[in-house]
Ligand binder design. Sequence first.
Ligand SMILES: NC(=O)c1ccc[n+]([C@@H]2O[C@H](COP(=O)([O-])OP(=O)(O)OC[C@H]3O[C@@H](n4cnc5c(N)ncnc54)[C@H](OP(=O)(O)O)[C@@H]3O)[C@@H](O)[C@H]2O)c1
Length: 328
Amino acid sequence: MVSLSQVRASNSLISSTFSEKLVAVFVGGTSGIGEETAKCLAKYAKSPRIYIAGRSRDAGDRVLAECKRINPSGQYIFCKSDASLIRGADELCNEIKKEEGFINLLVMSQGVYDFSRSVTSEGLHLLAALNYYSRIRIIQNLMPLLEQAPFLRRIVSVGGGGHEGSLDTADFQALNVPLENLREHLSTLVTLGLQAVATSSPEVSIVHGYPGTVKTSLLKDVPEETLKTMTFIPLEECGERHLYLATSSKYSPLKSEYAGIPLGDGVEVALGSGGQAGGVYSIREDCENAPPEVMQKLAELGANGVMEEVWSHTLEQFARIEENYKKH
Ligand SMILES: NC(=O)c1ccc[n+]([C@@H]2O[C@H](COP(=O)([O-])OP(=O)(O)OC[C@H]3O[C@@H](n4cnc5c(N)ncnc54)[C@H](OP(=O)(O)O)[C@@H]3O)[C@@H](O)[C@H]2O)c1
């Protein structure tokens, strides 16, 4: 486990390590884990430029004002967007691409607590659209900017890192996957999709993290009785840990000049998807790798060509949706 004090010690080096202007995009930054991580970055960075994307302008304005109060030297921009839609993801990325020559950091935490299997107007399972499809689309769109960053090139997807296992390849979207298998299925889909997108960008590292249970608005409809049985990770700790995932060289890409904050005493480099540094890191709430049996399972899925199946399904969905929305 990386202790909270090791996490804080690393984060406290952000302003001296990254002296230049750091550009970060937080999709799902209007609430919860994304908001907390964005504010944590504002606290530690010298003069960051931070994009906050989400549907709620009121929440966005509130987060911008809080960031400004924390660090008046930063620039904070809200982008209104519905990231459950591929079209919304494309519009968001076009807006950012008009303004920026590079991005150092992309953090995605858009999500809902909805197990009703509702479907978006583009025909995707909402939960999967937010956790998987839109995130892959945003990565594809913004990868050219990440590849231009002069230092730190990192993507963090907040989800179910370490909870991978089986994937129903007859139902990638998980419209019919039983509830008890849903987290495992979606976590596996996300990690394999991230691995596919990572293969052509070795100079950018990707972390699929798991936050633990965190009391945010995501859980607002969970009954009080159930909440009482849960053990929570404090939101402030969660923000520090996600900023660590976003900046520590524990999760470096193959090229070390984009690695991030040097490792502190007693901290070891994590293992990426290929069993070595680089690529996609599947990381638990303690900032360490997924358990060995999960790493083994992911390696087996890789050896059996499941990543390629996931990727061709994903591209098919994007092509179908794009064709449709370009007609209207
Ligand atoms: N909290 C936990 O215990 C926990 C545990 C495991 C995994 N996670 C995962 O962590 C992620 C973040 O959760 P959280 O606890 O921070 O939740 P949260 O406080 O409810 O925040 C969710 C964020 O997603 C955004 N969002 C929802 N629908 C959107 C849409 N259609 N388009 C764009 N943005 C959208 C919301 O912004 P707007 O409303 O402004 O659109 C908000 O910023 C989620 O993916 C969740 O599944 C959370």
